[in-house]
Design a protein around this ligand. Structure first.
Ligand code: PHE
Length: 455
């Protein structure tokens, strides 16, 4: 049998997984959630969710992936043959595939804005909302950008685990972190940054309603790329000496730092422009920010140019590394399950994503009135089904599976690297307790809330 690929180094493992986690969710979604959720009060709850809910789930996915060294679908088949749990493996593969279909569209937009920023076009926009609507509603331009971004992702995945995913993550993640640091410094030096900072750091506990707490959980979940086979698939390429708890801790830390830093960058911007609701959706970074860049750097065109180029480059890097992790689960599944070449598997995944992506992209224009999928456009349907249904369901199933069904020996062997690491037994018990009781209940809460069954 051909030897299965693996990541080459511990750094590669952390950076690839962090690349998956750090995405569009960190850069635009987190700051807006903070804004509506009471500033630092939200951040506190968010961090709690990451630690109590996110970390155990991430470690669970790592255990399943590394123990089996298989794609997500076959991993569950191996662990629980001939049982309903197998469905979870398929669910993970398809959720990733689903998300990639529309994530590619938004990633294409970031590419367009990067190009526009580079050629100085952003500075000439008079009405950024109208500009965005006309761009995203057009037929060809967004499609071409989506194709370009999908192709970039395709090439990386085609090149494989080490030469593709690991190598590009090792290049792109340090770049991303550097840009973030630079932008934070810039943003702090802007007039009015104090205000934004105060907003971010002032804990307004009166805004902490139950629905805000549930949003924090949902955000932690999405931002850490949990429950969709991505981290489980990456973990199947982990080496035997990788420390699972430590890796999960590093990934969660990087993800949270990037999210908070993005808040420091975006905050003064988003809230300085009136008439744009902070929860305006993915359009926010494409509508509010160009406008803000223009105003903020009115007299300093070069600085404005640099700031905007760096910002959209940051978004593109974040989106691309997340796309790799969405592409790999279905690709690995097709390769291993159907015994086909990486080349064919990558092509099938990309082609399906492009085909569905076309429909998603057009749903901002010519297909905007097509609401045949439960009253939703194609884009909204894919977003809704994957993020709001498959994700929480997957999270609940994974926690119950690892908490109740998986052999304790496998858990201990994976967490201690077969006895060579010392992990206190109370930590392992706490881990299992959270998986058995707390996470299913908490995630169940998100699920019911997101479906709109409670207020
Ligand atoms: N975690 C990514 C983000 O914050 C989104 C993502 C979800 C990426 C699932 C991969 C898998 O944007």
């Amino acid at each position: 049998m051909k030897k299965r690929a693996n990541f080459n180094s511990k750094l590669g493992i952390v950076l690839a997984s962090a690349g998956s986690a750090v995405g569009l969710g960190n850069v635009w979604r987190f700051p807006t959630e903070v804004g509506t959720g009471g500033g630092a009060a939200f951040i506190l709850v968010y961090v709690l969710c990451v630690v109590v809910l996110g970390l155990p789930l991430m470690v669970s996915e790592f255990i399943i992936g590394r123990h089996t060294h298989k794609n997500t679908a076959d991993a569950y088949r191996q662990l629980a043959p001939r049982s309903g749990w197998i469905l979870q493996g398929y669910l993970g593969v398809f959720t990733a595939w689903f998300i990639l279909c529309y994530y590619g569209v938004v990633a294409g937009w970031t590419m367009k804005y990067l190009v526009e920023a580079l050629v100085g076009g952003l500075g000439n926009i008079t009405d950024s909302a109208a500009y965005f609507t006309s761009f995203s509603g057009a037929v060809w331009e967004p499609l071409i950008y989506m194709l370009v971004v999908m192709l970039m992702c395709h090439i990386v995945i085609y090149r494989g685990v080490q030469a593709g995913i690991e190598r590009s993550s090792k290049l792109m993640m340090p770049m991303l972190l550097l840009i973030i640091a630079m932008l934070v410094v810039f943003s702090f030096s802007m007039p009015g940054s104090r205000e934004g900072l105060r907003f971010l750091l002032y804990p307004d506990f009166s805004k902490l309603t139950s629905s805000v707490v549930l949003s924090a959980m949902g955000q932690a979940f999405f931002s850490l790329s949990l429950a969709m086979g991505c981290l489980c698939t990456y973990a199947s390429y982990f080496t035997d000496d990788a420390k699972l708890i430590k890796t999960a801790g590093s990934v969660a830390l990087i993800d949270t730092i990037v999210a908070i830093m993005s808040g420091f960058i975006i905050f003064p911007a988003v809230f300085s422009v009136e008439a744009v609701a902070p929860d305006a959706g993915p359009g926010l970074v494409f509508i509010t920010l160009p406008h803000v860049f223009k105003i903020a750097f009115g007299g300093l065109p070069l600085l404005g140019w640099f700031f905007s180029v760096m910002f959209y480059l940051l978004l593109l890097l974040a989106a691309l590394t997340s796309m790799f992790s969405l592409h790999e689960p279905p690709t690995a599944f097709l390769i291993e399950h159907f015994n086909i070449s990486r080349r064919s598997a990558t092509a099938v995944v990309t082609l399906v994503c492009v085909a569905v992506g076309v429909l998603c992209s057009l749903s901002f224009g010519v297909l905007a009135d097509f609401k045949g999928l439960f009253g939703l456009t194609f884009f909204d349907f894919f977003d809704f089904v994957s993020a709001k249904i498959f994700l929480p369901v997957g999270g609940i199933i994974i926690s119950i599976f690892v908490g109740w069904r998986l052999d304790r020996e496998i858990i201990v062997a994976q967490l201690t690297n077969h006895g060579s690491l010392r992990v206190p037994s109370w930590l392992i018990s706490a881990f299992v307790f959270l998986l058995r009781w707390i996470i299913p209940l908490a995630v169940g809460g998100i699920f019911i809330k997101e479906l709109g069954l409670i207020g």
